[in-house]
Design a protein around this ligand. Structure first.
Ligand code: ATP
Length: 634
C-alpha cells in the first residue's frame, strides 16, 4: 500500500546496498542483489551516497522494493518513525552515515551544528538491533554524551525513532534518580544513553551491569568527550567495553584527540567530513559589537539594550561563568524581561525546568554557560548572544550552533573587546559570509548604563535574599536528618559508593588542573596577587566583572593551546588528510612536510631508489664513477 514517495524514502534512508548501484564497477548491483549478498562492503566510501537511488530505472526500483520488503521489512519501522518526525529527505550527514553505520564499520563523522547527526547514528543503530535480535537480556549500544541535558535530548530522539519497534532505551545521566536508573539497567535495555560520570558510578555500584556486551559505542560530541576533562573517565569506560565493537564518533568540531583515537583504536574507520572543523551553520548571520578599550563595563548595558530593543524573544545569552549568568538573570529580570538561567550552579530540577520553560516559550531569554552550548536542539532559537567571546573557536561554533538549525536561519551577536580581537579574526577568517559589525548609539548605551546603576542595589538585595534562603534550607535539611535519627526512622547511612579513583586521587587531579590553569593565566606575582585580592572583594565593578569573564576564557584557551603543543602520542598509522583535501593539495604544499616524514612515507620509485645500497645515479655522475655496477654484465 505504499505510494511512490514513501517507497523512495525507504531506500533513501535504509538501503545499505545502494552503494553498488551506479558506481560499483567490480560487480553489478544486479548480481549482488540476485545473489542476495546485497551489501557491497568492499566499495562503500563516503562518496557512495544514497543519492544514486534517485536515478534508478523503474524496474530496478521495483526489484529493490521487493527485496527490501522481503528481507528488510524492519526498515519500514524506521521509515514510519522518520515520517512521524517529519523528516522528508535525509540530510547529507545522514545520507553518508546511515549506510556505513548499517554495515558495522567504524566511523568518524563531522558535520555542522544542527544538521541531524543524532538521527545519523541512531537510525543505523536501531536498524541493526531490529535486524539482529538479541539472545539475552544485555545492553548492546552505548551512547556517551557530555551533558545531562544533551543525554535527555538524545534519549528522547532515540525513543521517538524506536517507537514502532520493541527496542528498549535507558537514560543514565547525573542529577537524576540513581535507584530508578539502577533498576532500569538491571533489565538490560538495548540502548543506553549516558554521561561518563554516572555511567562509571553504575559500572562500579550496580550489580550485574557491565559493558562487555556492547556491540556499538557512540561518542556524541566526540572532541568534548575525549578532552582532558573526561580523559580519565573515558579511558576507564573504553577499557570496560567489549573489544569487538563498532565505534562511531560524531561532532561538529574535531580535535587532535579525536584523530588520535580514530587512528589508534578504531578499526579501518571511515572518515566522513561533510563540513570542516570550524564551519558554522549555513544560514547563520554573524555579527559583533565592538567594546572599546576601557569600556568593558558597558557590556551589561549593551546586552540590555540589545535584548530590550532588538532581540526580544527566542534568545540564548552565553556567559563564561555561572556567577555572571546568574547576575544577568537577576538584572534582566529586574528590567522586566522574561528570562531564565541554565548553568551548573543550579539543581538538576531547576536546570530542566528552566529549559522546559524556554522551549515552551514561557520565557524569552535563556542565560546560560557553556553547559548549554553543545548539542541542545531547541526549536526556534532566533538569536545567540555572546556576552564575551568564548575561549576557543570550537566553543564559538557550538554556541552559535544553537540557532540556524535544520536548514533554518538565525543570528549570532558577539560582544568583542580589545583582548578578544584575535578570536574575532579567527571567526572572520573561517566565515563563508561577511561578519557584520553592529553599532549601538552611544546615548542608548548611556541610558542603559544609568538604569543598571540604579538597579545595582536591588540586584544586591536579591542576591542577599537568595543567600539567606540557601543557608536556611541547608540548616533545615540538617535539622530534619537529625530529627529522623533521633526518632530512629532515618536510614543508618547509605552504603559507600565506589569510584574508579579514590576520593583523594579525584580531588588531587581536580586541584592540580585548576592550579595549572590559574598559573598559566596569571603569570607574574603581581598580577596573581591583584587577582586574588579582587576575587575576595564582595563588590566588583562592572569593568572588573567583565575582565574576570575574559580572563576565565583566556585561562581555558591557554590550557587548550598548551595541550596542542604537547608532544603527540605515537600513532598506529599515519593520519591522512581528508581525501578531498589530499586531492587538492598542490605539489608545492607537499614541501611543508618535514624531511623525516618525507623519507618515511614517500614510496615513489625515485625515492625508494635513493635508499638502495650504493651511491645514487646523481652521486655517481658527480663523483665520475662508471654507470655500470661492478660485476655487472657488459
Ligand atoms: N532529515 C531531516 N529532515 C528534517 N529535519 C531533520 C532531519 N534530521 C534531523 N532533523 C532535525 O534537525 C534538528 C537538528 O538535529 P540534531 O540535533 O541531530 O543536530 P546535530 O547535528 O546533532 O547538532 P549539534 O552539532 O548541535 O549537536 C533536529 O530538530 C532534528 O529533528
Amino acid at each position: 500500500n505504499l505510494n511512490n514517495k514513501l517507497t523512495l524514502a525507504v531506500f533513501k534512508h535504509n538501503a545499505p546496498f545502494c552503494c553498488g548501484i551506479s558506481q560499483c564497477r567490480k560487480t553489478s548491483a544486479y548480481k549482488q542483489l540476485s545473489n542476495e549478498t546485497n551489501q557491497c562492503t568492499s566499495h562503500i566510501t563516503p562518496t557512495h551516497t544514497l543519492d544514486n537511488i534517485s536515478y534508478l530505472k523503474p524496474s530496478w526500483f521495483q526489484m529493490l522494493l521487493r527485496l527490501v520488503l522481503q528481507r528488510f521489512h524492519v526498515y519500514l519501522l524506521s521509515l514510519q518513525a522518520v515520517t512521524a518526525l517529519g523528516f522528508k529527505e535525509p540530510t547529507p550527514i545522514q545520507k553518508a552515515c546511515v549506510p556505513v553505520g548499517l554495515l558495522g564499520r567504524d566511523l568518524c563523522a563531522c558535520a555542522a551544528t544542527g544538521t541531524g547527526k543524532t538521527a545519523a547514528f541512531m537510525l543505523p543503530v536501531l536498524e541493526r538491533l531490529v535486524y539482529k535480535p538479541k539472545t539475552s537480556q544485555v545492553t548492546r549500544v552505548l551512547v556517551l554524551v557530555p551533558t545531562r541535558e544533551l543525554g535527555i535530548q538524545v534519549h528522547s530522539v532515540a525513543r521517538q525513532l524506536a517507537q514502532f519497534t520493541s527496542i528498549t532505551t535507558c537514560l543514565a545521566v547525573g542529577g537524576l534518580d540513581l535507584k530508578s536508573q539502577e533498576a532500569a539497567l538491571r533489565a538490560g535495555p538495548d540502548v543506553l544513553i549516558a554521561t561518563p560520570g554516572r555511567l562509571i558510578d553504575h559500572l562500579h555500584n550496580t550489580p550485574s551491569f557491565e559493558l562487555s556486551h556492547i556491540e556499538i559505542l557512540i561518542l556524541d560530541e566526540a572532541d568534548r568527550m575525549l578532552d582532558e576533562y573526561f580523559e580519565e573517565q573515558m579511558k576507564e569506560i573504553i577499557r570496560l567495553c567489549s573489544y569487538n565493537r563498532q565505534t562511531m564518533l560524531f561532532s561538529a568540531t574535531m580535535s587532535e584527540e579525536v584523530k588520535d583515537l580514530a587512528a589508534v583504536s578504531l578499526k579501518q574507520p571511515i572518515r566522513i567530513f561533510v563540513n570542516s572543523n570550524t564551519d558554522v551553520a549555513p544560514f547563520l548571520r554573524q555579527e559583533f559589537v565592538r567594546i572599546r578599550p576601557h569600556r568593558e563595563g558597558d557590556r551589561e548595558a549593551v546586552v540590555a539594550a540589545l535584548l530590550t530593543r532588538t532581540f526580544q524573544d527566542h534568545v540564548m545569552l552565553f556567559t563564561q561563568t555561572r556567577k555572571q549568568a546568574h547576575r544577568l538573570h537577576i538584572l534582566l529580570g529586574l528590567l522586566g524581561l522574561k528570562v531564565g538561567e541554565l548553568h551548573g550552579e543550579l539543581s538538576q530540577n531547576q536546570r530542566l525546568e528552566n529549559l522546559r520553560r524556554f522551549k515552551d516559550e514561557q520565557i524569552d531569554i535563556l542565560v546560560a554557560t557553556d553547559v548549554a552550548a553543545r548539542g541542545l536542539d531547541i526549536d526556534g532559537v532566533k538569536t545567540v548572544i555572546n556576552f564575551t567571546m568564548p575561549s576557543t573557536a570550537k566553543h564559538y561554533v557550538h554556541r552559535v550552533g544553537r540557532t540556524a538549525r535544520a536548514g533554518r536561519s538565525g543570528r549570532s551577536v558577539s560582544l568583542v573587546g580589545e583582548s578578544e580581537r584575535k578570536m574575532l579574526k579567527e571567526v572572520v577568517k573561517s566565515a563563508k559570509n561577511t561578519v557584520k559589525a553592529r553599532v549601538l548609539p552611544t546615548e542608548v548605551i548611556l541610558k542603559f548604563r544609568d538604569l543598571i546603576g540604579k538597579l545595582e542595589k536591588d540586584v544586591g538585595a536579591v542576591m542577599k535574599m537568595e543567600r539567606e534562603e540557601r543557608e536556611m534550607a541547608a540548616s533545615e535539611a540538617k535539622l530534619s536528618v537529625a530529627q529522623k535519627r533521633l526518632e530512629g526512622s532515618a536510614p543508618s547511612s547509605d552504603p559507600q559508593r565506589v569510584w574508579f579513583q579514590t576520593q583523594q586521587e579525584r580531588k588531587q587531579s581536580r586541584v592540580s588542573k585548576a592550579l595549572q590553569e590559574f598559573d598559566l593565566a596569571l603569570r607574574g606575582k603581581k598580577k596573581r596577587e591583584k587577582f586574588l585580592k579582587d576575587g575576595k572583594k564582595k563588590e566588583l565593578t562592572s569593568e572588573e566583572r567583565a575582565q574576570f569573564e575574559i580572563l576565565k576564557a583566556q585561562m581555558f584557551a591557554e590550557r587548550a593551546a598548551k595541550r596542542e603543543r604537547r608532544a603527540k602520542r605515537a600513532r598506529a598509522m599515519p593520519e591522512d588528510d581528508t581525501p578531498l583535501k589530499a586531492a587538492n593539495q598542490k605539489a608545492g604544499s607537499r614541501g611543508r612536510k618535514s624531511v623525516f616524514d618525507e623519507e618515511l612515507t614517500n614510496t615513489s620509485k625515485k625515492s625508494l631508489k635513493q635508499y638502495r645500497a650504493g651511491p645514487s645515479f646523481a652521486d655517481r655522475k658527480r663523483l665520475g664513477l662508471d654507470r655500470k655496477r661492478p660485476g655487472g654484465s657488459r
